[in-house]
Design a protein around this ligand. Structure first.
Ligand code: GUN
Ligand code: ZN
Length: 452
C-alpha cells in the first residue's frame, strides 16, 4: 500500500528525548505536550510540535483527532519467548524444574510449521494488543519456528529481532542438536533474515547449562562471521542454575565468564535477568557495553530474585525491560512496569513513572542498540507508537480525575493499566491494531489449543 504523503495526529504526547546516564537525566529530557501534533511521512517522524504552533499551517480536515488520548513511543520488550505463549502461568516450579516440566514439552511442538505459523500470528497480535511494537524474541531450536515468526512480522513491517535457540546438552533429545547442525541452521537463518526490512537476527544460545564448549565455540564463530548480529541469552537468574554453571564450567571464573571467554559479551549482547551478579560480573557488563533485560514478572513468578535497578545505574550498564513470557505472567508492558515498581519497593528504590516509561521505550531501544531508530518522537525516528486511553474502567477514571499531573496519571496507568488501555498501536506509520477488534484464530493440528 503506498504511503499517503503525510499523516497528522493531534493528541497529548509523552516521550524522553535523549539517553540518560542517571535517573535524574530522564525527567530533564522528558517531553509532555498536552495538545500536540505529530507529523509522519513514509513511516518516519517528521515533527512533534505543540498544536498552538502548528495550527496555522495545517489543513485541519487532514488531522486525525485523538484528543483525550495520550500517545507514547511503542513499547520495546527486550526479552520474550514466543513459543511459551501457550504455557504462561504454569504452576509451582522454579527455573530448572519449570524448564523440564513445562517448557521443553511445549517447545517441542514448534517442529510443526503449521503450529509455528499459527502461534506466530497469535503472539504478534498479543504484542500489538499490548502496545509493544518491537521485541527481542526467543524461538525454539527448530529453524521453522523462526521462519514462521519472521514471516509474520515482515507482513506487519515490525522491527523485530529473533533467533533460533541453540542447545546441545542437558535438554531432552527431541530438542537438542549437534554444534555443527546448530551452526549451519543458524547461518542459513541469518542469511535469510538478517537486515531483511526491519528484521534482525540474534544468536540465541539458550543458556550456559544447555551449551557445550563446542557449541559456544560455534556461536563465537558466527559472531565473528556476522559481527552486527545480536546475542541473546540468559544469565544469573537462579541460585541452583548458577551453581550448576560453576560445576559444568569449573575452569571459568563464574557464570558470565563462560560467555565472555567465548567473546559473546559486547554491544548488542543482551543478557536476561542478571539477578545474582558478582562485582566483577557487573564490571564486565559495563566494560563490554553489554545489556541487561530486567524481567520483573518472571523473576517474581519463578521466585528467582530481585533485580537491582540502582546498582545497574551505578554501574552504567544498559538496561531494558522484558516480559519474559511464559515465565513472565503478562504481555502488558504497563503491568510489567507496575511489577518493576514493586521490585524497586522491596529494595527501597523508588521507580518513578517517568523512569519506568524510559526503560520501556528509549532505554529499551538503547539496550538493543536501536536508539538511533526507535524509542521516541525525534525527527527521523521510525513511527512506531501507542495511543493510550488513560482511563478505561470506573476505577481508573476515578483515580485519574484524582491525579494532579501527568506524572501521577502515568504512574496510575502503570499501576492499574493493562491491555484495555491500548486504544491503537501504530507500526511504521500505520495503525495495525485497534481496541475492540478481535483477530480470528483458527485451530491447529497440534496438542496446544487455540481459542476459536
Ligand atoms: N533459562 C534458560 N531457558 C529459560 C527460559 O526459557 N526462561 C527463563 N526464564 N529462563 C531460562
Ligand atoms: Zn527467558
Amino acid at each position: 500500500m503506498p504511503y499517503a504523503s503525510e499523516t497528522l495526529l493531534r493528541a497529548s504526547f509523552f516521550d524522553i528525548t535523549a539517553l540518560a546516564t542517571q535517573p535524574d537525566d530522564i525527567l530533564a529530557n522528558a517531553r509532555y505536550l498536552e495538545d500536540g501534533l505529530l507529523t509522519l511521512r513514509e513511516g518516519k517522524v517528521v515533527t512533534l510540535e505543540s498544536w498552538e504552533i502548528a495550527e496555522g499551517r495545517v489543513d485541519v480536515t487532514q488531522v486525525i483527532d485523538l484528543r483525550g488520548k495520550l500517545i507514547v513511543p511503542g513499547f520495546i520488550d527486550t526479552h520474550i519467548h514466543y513459543p511459551q505463549t501457550e504455557m504462561i502461568g504454569a504452576f509451582g516450579e522454579q527455573l530448572l524444574e519449570w524448564l523440564n516440566q513445562y517448557t521443553f514439552p511445549v517447545e517441542s511442538q514448534y517442529h510443526c510449521p503449521n503450529h509455528a505459523e499459527q502461534m506466530s500470528a497469535f503472539f504478534l497480535q498479543q504484542l500489538l494488543a499490548n502496545g509493544t511494537t518491537s521485541a527481542l524474541v526467543f524461538g525454539t531450536v527448530h529453524p521453522q519456528s523462526v521462519d514462521a515468526l519472521f514471516s509474520a512480522a515482515e507482513k506487519l513491517d515490525m522491527r523485530l529481532i529473533a533467533g533460533k535457540v541453540m542447545m546441545d546438552r542437558n535438554a531432552p533429545d527431541y530438542l537438542t542438536e549437534t554444534p555443527e547442525e546448530s551452526y549451519q541452521q543458524t547461518k542459513a537463518l541469518i542469511e535469510r533474515w538478517h537486515h531483511r526490512g526491519r528484521l534482525s537476527y540474534a544468536l540465541t544460545p539458550r543458556f550456559a547449562p544447555t551449551s557445550s564448549p563446542e557449541l559456544l565455540e560455534k556461536v563465537r564463530q558466527l559472531r565473528e562471521a556476522f559481527p552486527d548480529t545480536w546475542l541473546h541469552t540468559h544469565l544469573s537468574e537462579n541460585q541452583q542454575e548458577i551453581a550448576w554453571v560453576k560445576a559444568l564450567f569449573p575452569e571459568h571464573d563464574g557464570y558470565l565468564d563462560v560467555y565472555h571467554q567465548h567473546q559473546l559479551t559486547g554491544k548488542r549482547s543482551v543478557f536476561a535477568h542478571c539477578l545474582h551478579l558478582e562485582d566483577r560480573e557487573w564490571q564486565c557488563l559495563h566494560d563490554t557495553d553489554s545489556s541487561i533485560a530486567f524481567c520483573p514478572t518472571s523473576n517474581l513468578f519463578l521466585g528467582s530474585g530481585l533485580f537491582n535497578i540502582k546498582r545497574c545505574w551505578q554501574q552504567g550498564v544498559r538496561m531494558g525491560v522484558g516480559t519474559d513470557v511464559g515465565a513472565g505472567t503478562t504481555f502488558s508492558m504497563l503491568q510489567t512496569l507496575g511489577e518493576a515498581y514493586k521490585v524497586g519497593q522491596l529494595q527501597q528504590y523508588k521507580l518513578s513513572a517517568c523512569e519506568a516509561f524510559y526503560h520501556a521505550t528509549l532505554g529499551g531501544a538503547h539496550a538493543l542498540d536501536l536508539d538511533d531508530k526507535i524509542g521516541n518522537f525525534n525527527a527521523g525516528k521510525e513511527a512506531d507508537f501507542v495511543v493510550l486511553d488513560p482511563a478505561v474502567s470506573p476505577l481508573q477514571k476515578l483515580r485519574s480525575v484524582n491525579s494532579k499531573d501527568i506524572w501521577e496519571r502515568l504512574f496510575v496507568m502503570m499501576t492499574l493499566g493493562d491491555d484495555r488501555n491500548i486504544y491503537q498501536t501504530w507500526v511504521s506509520g500505520r495503525p495495525v491494531w485497534q481496541q475492540g477488534t478481535h483477530q480470528p484464530v483458527e485451530g491447529c493440528c497440534q496438542p496446544s489449543k487455540l481459542p476459536g
